[in-house]
Design a protein around this ligand. Structure first.
Ligand code: NAP
Length: 305
């Protein structure tokens, strides 16, 4: 029996519809225009990404105030900028778009964002709310996507054995705490974990966020497990693509025609053993910006009248 694909797009569409309705209600009933203060470097790719966030936000009735940091900016510059944004009552959420300029320590700058405006859960205060399972902070949008997909999967989480592979501040750690708050029995694995394949095999819920293409092997995965793959990598080497998709002639033909393939942190053949899985692309990715914007609208709703 083949696994059920958990697609991010339909969930994102429902989230966006609800966010747009909440944004319209804020404007109509309270005269508030929900606004994200976006801090990005002047780098071309950062600006392209910032424009995309602006476009996505505008489609839902959310405004974006873009502040651009010059390539010479320092941590002190960025802290002053973020502190000024934090004081402005018409800015409801603040997002630091990484990578910031080389001279800016993003972790230090994040501390200048109050938890009530930290819509991408970047500060230690936000991490504390997530770790303690308390209301008052926002999860990083990528971790929030993982948790949303777990909820949408219909899998019973309470008491289930969950393994989160990766312990980064943006994905692994907050996803693990979120699963713990959902009453899963959570293990966090990382580069120093021994007998990793055995730990993976125990997991009924597997979240993979390690940044290594096709790392988790089919033979490691618990049959029927829910697998959430956060990674995304482009494979342009034809021989490597052939090796990865050898089991799927149709996909291999499509990849050969296109010249490259996208692959997650799990080997694509993991879907043969999983019960439910997020495809790459199309799983976690489409949800993250919708959830970030949901956080902005929630922050605007919670703002002082
Ligand atoms: P990261 O900060 O580089 O963290 C990687 C984690 O994986 C670390 O905890 C590391 O362990 C662990 N790890 C690395 N190699 C390992 C190995 N061989 N065995 C076991 N654990 C290993 O990465 P990240 O920012 O969390 O991102 C993870 C993935 O998610 C990447 O593929 C990234 O592209 C993707 N991502 C996607 C989105 C999205 O919106 N879809 C957003 C963010 C990230 P140590 O802590 O021991 O070093």
């Amino acid at each position: 029996m083949s696994a059920v694909k958990l697609l991010g797009e339909p969930i994102a569409a429902a989230v966006k519809e609800a966010v747009a309705a909440r944004a319209a209600a804020l404007r109509g009933k309270r005269g508030i225009a929900p606004t994200l203060g976006l801090v990005a470097s002047a780098d071309e790719s950062a600006q392209i990404y910032a424009k995309k966030i602006q476009k996505d936000a505008a489609a839902l009735g959310i405004e974006v105030a873009l502040s651009t940091l010059a390539s010479t900016a320092t941590t002190a510059h960025a802290v002053a900028l973020v502190s000024a944004l934090a004081r402005r009552s018409e800015i409801h959420g603040i997002l630091l778009q990484t990578p910031l300029p080389a001279g800016v320590d993003a972790a230090k700058v994040a501390e200048a964002i109050p938890a009530s405006k930290d819509v991408d859960g970047a500060s230690t205060a936000s991490a504390g709310f997530a770790a303690l399972g308390r209301a008052g902070g926002y999860f990083p949008a990528t971790a929030a996507s993982v948790l949303e997909l777990v909820k949408a999967s219909g899998v019973s989480v309470a008491g289930a054995r969950a393994l989160v592979l990766g312990r980064s501040a943006v994905v692994g750690r907050p996803a693990a705490f979120g699963l713990l708050s959902m009453d899963a029995t959570v293990t966090v694995a990382h580069s120093r974990t021994r007998e990793l394949a055995d730990r993976v095999r125990e997991a009924e819920i597997l979240v993979v966020a390690i940044g290594k293409p096709a790392f988790v092997q089919e033979a490691w995965v618990h049959p029927g497990a829910l697998v959430i793959d956060v990674g995304m990598h482009r494979i342009s080497d034809a021989a490597r693509a052939k090796e990865l998709y050898d089991f799927d002639a149709a996909r291999l033909a499509a990849i050969e025609a296109k010249g490259s393939a996208l692959v997650g942190d799990c080997h694509p053949a993991v879907e043969r053993v999983a019960g439910r899985f997020t495809p790459v692309p199309g799983g976690v990715g489409p949800l993250t910006s919708a959830l970030l914007l949901r956080h902005v609208v929630a922050a605007a709703e919670s703002s002082a009248p």
